[in-house]
Ligand binder design. Structure first.
Ligand code: FAD
Length: 557
């Protein structure tokens, strides 16, 4: 087999001489910016538009909690990016890093572990925030986040699983634990999740003979004096408290989650709530890519001018939840909501085009139309145009109408409309989708002459040889040099993982070979948590760096 050993960097398809606009993130900010740029572009060759997102779909997050109760289908809240953005180049990859000096973005590997370098003239940062449990012990392992479609599907499956288990559980303590659901965070997303979850478990419990609805215990934890106290007026937030309590949700005020274990949620007061279901919508932290950038920031968000360009930079724009945009009044900052992200996207796109055409830029002047939150079954709260306050059924109809109208694409509008109509007639769906996990150690097979990875590839995995042999080959100035022959029981691939660099040699099979593959995330988890494991790999890296060509001894596991 004749395979080139070294890969060259691959660039986007932007042609020289044509301005390139790269948008990072395919949420409200990124998608609406690309849509607006598509509208504004006079000719196809005026400028290139590229959008990078980790998924190939856009998630309409305000409707995500409804996926839990099944009042809309799993795919109804998402729209394929290709259909929304027909004239934008889409790169469905993870963003690994941004090099502001060289105006380039490094993307993760695809099927082949080669780096993808995207060059830009204008960069739009629209990467949102992340629900990150690093700051709270036990949450990463035992709490469920609620931010994207995968989280909603995972939660729904988990709920059905615990209900099925509770139906046959004879140990009363464990049954109580299975039927206790704890949600941390009394802002909009926490409240909406609690409301939908409560509706769902109580509705489906009717169909499960082994569960009495009085055994269900839904607890909402909030650090403030009243839920939604930062989002709404006192009266509306009191209404939200009352409705949820009437529906059986226990609201714990002035309560903060401290940690989580496989069996409990532990509060700062020391109280332990025994549960198998803990959902946390907090803490919402800056996206790590944004954190890594040497840009002016406050509260982890990128500071922008009134034109939405990043302060003290040229050709960098920031919008949505990752941006700190000062209110037009000069007081306070735009809140992290979809309505602001959409308006900021439009203004940033207008200003990019104005810059390219040497026109005057416009300032961001949107103050917000109001706030709305669903409380589950036929009730909601809303505060509109700075003074109009609504609650109950009318607010709920308004909430559904506004968000339905805002759903992008006629197909989604029809699907959601139909799902809501059917939800009035038929009971919620109870199917649990068991999806295989892509995590953990996997096994791969290679044939003679095939490369496992090539010089210049991104480091994505560590390989342990089960049987067969491979050569470590380095190419320099067009000449190949075999550094070592590897055999069963030896490992390779750790250099690029430890140093976070690209591969410095190719590993090519000499015979048919079977390997165990440990992915980067799992390798890093072991390296960060097992000092002995880390030390032994650091020694190997040192030995291999100092003593190339590599000794056989240093390749023993
Ligand atoms: C459950 C929930 C309910 C909500 N309800 C409402 C509501 O009712 N009303 C309202 O106005 N707002 C609501 N919001 C808030 C609203 O959704 C956000 O303000 C809005 O999504 C912000 O848009 P954004 O583009 O800044 O970020 P996001 O929409 O979060 O988009 C960021 C995108 O960047 C991508 N990304 C991040 N890192 C990488 C990477 N390294 N590589 C590749 N891609 C990456 C993500 O996949 C994502 O697609 C809700 C949010 C949630 C979570």
């Amino acid at each position: 087999m004749n395979v080139p050993l070294v890969r060259s960097d691959v660039e986007s398809n932007a042609r020289p001489g044509r301005p390139r606009v790269a948008i990072l993130g395919g949420g409200f900010g990124g998608v609406y910016a690309a849509m607006r740029l598509e509208q504004l572009r006079r000719r196809r060759d005026e400028f290139d538009i590229t959008l990078v997102n980790s998924e190939n779909y856009f998630v309409f997050q305000p409707m995500l909690p409804e996926v839990i109760s099944g009042s809309i289908g799993i795919l109804d809240t998402v729209s394929p990016l290709r259909r929304l953005l027909p004239r934008t180049q889409l790169l469905i990859r993870e963003i690994e890093s941004i090099d502001l000096k060289n105006r380039s973005v490094m993307l993760s590997q695809g099927f082949r572990p080669r780096p993808y370098v995207l060059k830009y003239d204008h960069l739009v940062l629209a990467l949102g925030t992340v629900t990150d449990f690093r700051t709270m012990p036990g949450l990463h392992e035992h709490a469920l986040p609620f931010k994207n479609l995968a989280d909603a599907v995972q939660l729904r499956n988990h709920l059905i699983h615990v209900l099925e288990e509770a139906a046959i559980e004879t140990d009363t303590e464990l049954k109580r634990q299975l039927l206790t659901f704890v949600i941390a965070g009394g802002g909009f997303s926490g409240v909406e999740v609690a409301a939908e979850l409560n509706d769902f478990v109580r509705r489906v419990a009717r169909e499960i003979p082994g569960i009495d609805r009085s055994e269900i215990h839904v607890v909402l934890l909030h650090s403030g004096a009243m839920i939604l106290d930062r989002e709404l007026t006192k009266k509306l937030s009191a209404y939200a408290n009352k409705i949820l309590q009437r529906r059986g949700v226990e609201i714990r005020l002035h309560s903060r989650l401290r940690t989580a274990t496989p069996d409990s949620a532990v509060l700062e007061s020391g109280e332990r709530i025994m549960t198998k279901t803990l959902i946390s919508t907090v803490p919402s932290l800056p996206n790590p890519i944004i954190e890594s950038l040497p840009l002016p920031k406050e509260k982890g968000k990128v500071r922008t001018s009134e034109y939405l360009s990043v302060v003290d930079t040229d050709g960098i724009w920031a919008i949505g939840d990752c941006a700190l945009v000062i209110n037009p009044s000069g007081e306070g900052f735009a809140p992290p909501t979809a309505q602001h992200a959409i308006r900021q996207a439009n203004i940033a796109a207008n200003n990019i085009v104005a810059t390219l055409r040497s026109h005057k830029k416009e300032s961001y002047g949107f103050e917000g139309l109001g706030k709305m939150g669903s409380l589950g079954y036929r009730s909601a709260v809303a505060e509109l145009f700075g003074g109009i306050k609504l609650s109950g059924l009318f607010a709920w109809i308004l909430w559904r109408s506004i968000y339905w109208w805002k759903l992008p694409g006629l197909d989604r509008k029809l699907k959601v409309g139909l799902a809501w109509a059917l939800d009035l007639l038929i009971p919620p769906e109870l199917v649990q989708l068991k999806l295989a996990s892509s995590q953990g150690i996997s096994q791969s097979h290679f044939e003679p002459g095939e490369p496992v990875f090539r010089q210049g590839d991104l480091g994505d995995s560590l390989y342990i040889i089960l049987n067969g042999e491979a050569d470590v080959v380095r190419e320099e100035n067009g000449t190949e040099r075999i550094l070592a022959r590897l055999r069963g029981g030896q490992f390779f691939g750790e250099m690029a993982l430890m140093n976070q660099k690209t591969r410095n040699a190719t590993v090519r099979c000499a015979t048919a070979m079977d390997v165990l593959v440990l992915r980067k995330g799992d390798f890093r988890a072991l390296v960060s948590n097992l000092p002995d494991f880390r030390a032994s790999f650091e020694n190997v890296v040192k030995a291999r760096t100092e003593h190339a060509p590599l000794s056989e001894k240093s390749r023993e596991i």
